[in-house]
Design a protein around this ligand. Structure first.
Ligand SMILES: *Cc1c(COP(=O)(O)O)cnc(C)c1O
Length: 373
């Protein structure tokens, strides 16, 4: 049995009857950008996350950039970013001319390590960007204390955590401002690129809305040189329909994660992921760790199992950031994990049969590895 890494077709099928008539009406009336559908989604998503304001933007990378600019980040400012994340988190800082300052992650959950954050703070540090990676919330309580002590802004990267929560609240509502992405493969995905900025602060929300509309709140009155980053009405229609199903889909992911944990408990050499105490995980990714990962990855591929690696290269070792002068060995936890992590198929419509096939293929790959594991 072939198992895809991600099957979005089943999600699209569930919402088709709701979305297609809306799209038809939008096509006919040419209501493409902004408008009532976007405003309705922004209200609904803000309520879902538990913040006052949601501002739709064009994608998640823009969302991080606009959120950073909204808290006053300027060229030369230092922004602390975990080294194990999608490159977009750092690109957002780079696009402003700010300096990404990388820190290591913790060994157990591969989330930003608060002790490493504290050690990286300098007189030029202005913000911390915790990434709620793989579907669970970074340690926001500790990070909040650190940020307060040093007068730093917290800008959450909540792209992988739609619906996740911790003891202190829902991901996306835990900093001064949060950014999220509705890239199709996220837990809440559009039918193309989309993103949003979330905040309780009306000034931050107004600034992001203005900046994303060419620095303009009144047509052809430009307060600043902004950018073009807006949410399309056609995407809002998809997002509204999917938002109504998000809790159910996240629950299905939790069932699938529990099934993997049970199934893989006895497979020697496979370390299954765990959830921080007090967190409710939405399992954007299900990331196991194995020795000899590249071989295991290849064998899964031969067996028809779609696996992936998030992420193969810690950011400080990418060509993109070679210029910052980091060395191999500087972030030992992330560097070791990068050679061991393996993301198994995970999506709401993953079936028990799919998972049995994944488990069998992984067990077989671990056995052929012999003693070297
Ligand atoms: C997907 C993602 C982004 C960027 O989102 P885009 O919509 O693709 O620009 C940012 N940060 C993280 C952690 C992501 O996973």
């Amino acid at each position: 049995m072939k198992v895809p890494f991600l099957d979005l077709a089943a999600q699209q099928a569930e919402i088709a009857d709701e979305v297609l008539p809306t799209w038809q009406a939008q096509f006919t009336s040419a209501a493409f950008i902004g408008g009532p559908e976007v405003a309705a989604f922004e209200r609904e998503y803000a309520a879902y996350i538990g913040v006052e304001h949601c501002v739709g933007v064009a994608n998640g990378t823009d969302a991080v950039e606009l959120a950073l600019r909204a808290v006053g980040i300027r060229p030369g400012d230092e922004i602390i970013i975990p080294v194990n994340t999608f490159i977009a988190t750092a690109e957002a800082a780079t696009r402003i001319g700010a300096v990404p300052v990388f820190v290591d992650v913790d060994e157990e959950f591969l989330l930003i390590d608060p002790a490493a954050v504290e050690a990286a703070i300098t007189a030029r540090t202005r913000a911390i960007v915790p990434v709620h990676l793989y579907g669970q919330t970074a340690p926001m309580d500790t990070l909040g204390t650190i940020a307060e002590r040093h007068g730093l802004a917290i800008v959450e990267d909540a792209a992988q955590s739609q619906g996740a929560s911790s003891t202190v609240g829902r991901a996306g509502s835990l900093g001064r401002v949060a950014a999220t992405s509705f890239y199709p493969g996220k837990n809440l995905g559009a039918a193309g690129d989309a993103g949003a900025v979330l905040t309780d602060d009306p000034l931050v929300a107004d600034f992001v809305r203005n900046l994303g509309a060419h620095g303009s709140s009144v047509k052809y009155v430009h307060d600043r040189a902004g950018v073009n980053s807006r949410l399309d009405a056609v995407q809002a229609a998809v997002l509204r329909a999917k938002l109504r199903r998000l809790d159910g889909w996240n629950a299905a992911r939790r069932v699938a994660a529990a099934r993997y944990a049970e199934m893989l408990a006895d497979v020697l050499g496979v370390r299954v992921p765990t959830t921080r105490p007090g967190n409710e995980d939405v399992w954007h990714l299900y990331v196991v760790q194995v020795a000899d990962r590249d071989r295991v990855f290849a064998e899964l591929g031969v067996a028809g199992i779609g696996a992936a690696i998030h992420y193969p290269t810690p950011l400080h070792l990418t060509a993109a950031y070679a210029g910052l002068g980091y060395q191999g060995g500087q972030f030992p936890v992330a560097e070791a994990a990068a050679g061991r992590i393996l993301s198994l198929p995970m999506f709401p419509h993953l079936t028990a049969d799919h998972q049995a096939a994944v488990g069998a293929a992984l067990a077989a790959a671990m056995t052929t590895g012999g003693t070297e594991r």
